[in-house]
Design a protein around this ligand. Structure first.
Ligand code: ZN
Ligand code: ZN
Ligand code: ZN
Length: 354
């Protein structure tokens, strides 16, 4: 993620900031230029004048403090690109839901930022029911019609997120239940959207599908049975030699979604490192700890460059976490077959021949 600066006082800002904490100026995110712009004049409510004279307004969800994105004042939609993908939001008459929704939106806006940076198609399901993407944020208590538990998942472009996942206690409980080393909201979003892009970019594309099956296996094997077996028996003992996670070993579709999510983690972390000009192992002539984040990973066509920088970076950030007595922020080891799968994702999103 990019690091932003206040146009008024140069204070560094986070992507989610709606106000500069130093000079108090109001801020809005302009997605076409990846900028947080400062307000220069305000009349009816919030009106942002960008340096080029264009007038912007906040996305309608700004009123709930869940979005800081801007729209042109003459835009037909009241919602930004990220918020217009919402089909169902939590029931806001419950104050706790608003709190949890904020966390979900924070993760979802970061997801959408990354997808836009990769120039991936982002189609609103309301406008294009067959190809589009939409989100349902559901709580088990709001799901009174069928009393079924809410399952986080993807179906034909509709991503359902269980609002309970926004609660860190619940999430940690689930992480332990599922024996996962890593469980986050952004991880859920990146995984589920991977299923969506499998349908958009691979399904029905003969050559790509063949490449996919060569690396991930044949997705036509019984999905329901594969998941059942995974939950009954767990992953095979040698899963870590072939997969990024135990769950990835359950079925080629889950392997794909886990690998896709991992690729998005990887480029996001490297972009953050890039904006901080991070460098590790600079005093070593040659070392596996040496890296320099001097490239934009979203624009980098060569996967080797990404891979070479990523490994030392994860070693460095894990070491920093250990210094603070925290668990490894990056609790993964990438075996060679997963490198090939990540390369496949990279080539696909960059439109390269595979
Ligand atoms: Zn400021
Ligand atoms: Zn919005
Ligand atoms: Zn999945």
């Amino acid at each position: 993620m990019k690091i932003f600066h206040c146009q008024n006082c140069n204070n560094p800002l986070y992507f989610e900031n709606t106000q500069c904490l130093v000079c108090g100026t109001l801020l809005g995110y302009k997605e076409d230029s990846l900028q947080l712009i400062s307000i220069s004049t305000s009349d009816n409510g919030y009106t942002f004048f960008s340096p080029d004279g264009t007038i912007y307004k906040y996305c309608k969800n700004h009123q709930y403090d869940v979005c800081n994105w801007l729209l042109k004042t003459d835009a037909t939609s009241q919602f930004c690109t990220a918020c217009s993908l919402n089909r169902t939001i939590p029931n806001l008459s419950d104050a706790n839901n608003l709190k949890e929704w904020r966390k979900l939106e924070l993760a979802k806006h970061r997801l959408v930022y990354g997808l836009l940076r990769l120039s991936l198609p982002l189609i609103d399901k309301e406008a294009a029911p067959h190809e589009g993407l939409a989100f349902d944020f559901l709580s088990e208590n709001s799901n009174t019609t069928d009393k079924k538990p809410v399952r986080t998942g993807h179906m034909n472009g509709l991503i359902t997120i269980n609002v309970a996942e926004a609660d860190s206690v619940h999430r940690e409980y689930m992480r332990k239940e599922m024996a996962e080393p890593y469980r986050t909201l952004i991880g859920h979003f990146r995984h589920e959207v991977g299923h969506y892009y499998w349908e958009r970019l691979i399904s029905g594309q003969d050559e790509t599908l063949e490449g996919f099956r060569g690396l991930f296996g044949d997705e036509r094997s019984d999905y329901g049975q594969a998941l059942h077996q995974h939950y009954q028996n767990g992953a095979p003992a040698n899963w870590n030699q072939h997969f990024i996670s135990k769950y990835a070993a359950s079925h080629p579709w889950e392997d794909w979604a886990e690998t896709w999510a991992h690729y998005l983690h990887l480029v996001d972390m490297l972009e953050t490192a890039f904006y901080f000009s991070l460098e590790t192992g600079a005093n070593f002539l040659s070392s596996p700890l040496k890296m320099k984040a001097d490239f934009d990973p979203y624009q980098e066509p060569n996967f080797e460059v990404i891979l070479k920088a990523f490994r030392p970076l994860t070693y460095a950030i894990n070491s920093l976490n250990r210094s603070m007595g925290q668990q490894d922020i990056y609790p993964f080891v990438i075996p060679d077959p997963v490198i090939e799968k990540l390369r496949f994702v990279h080539q696909l999103v960059h439109g390269q021949k595979m």
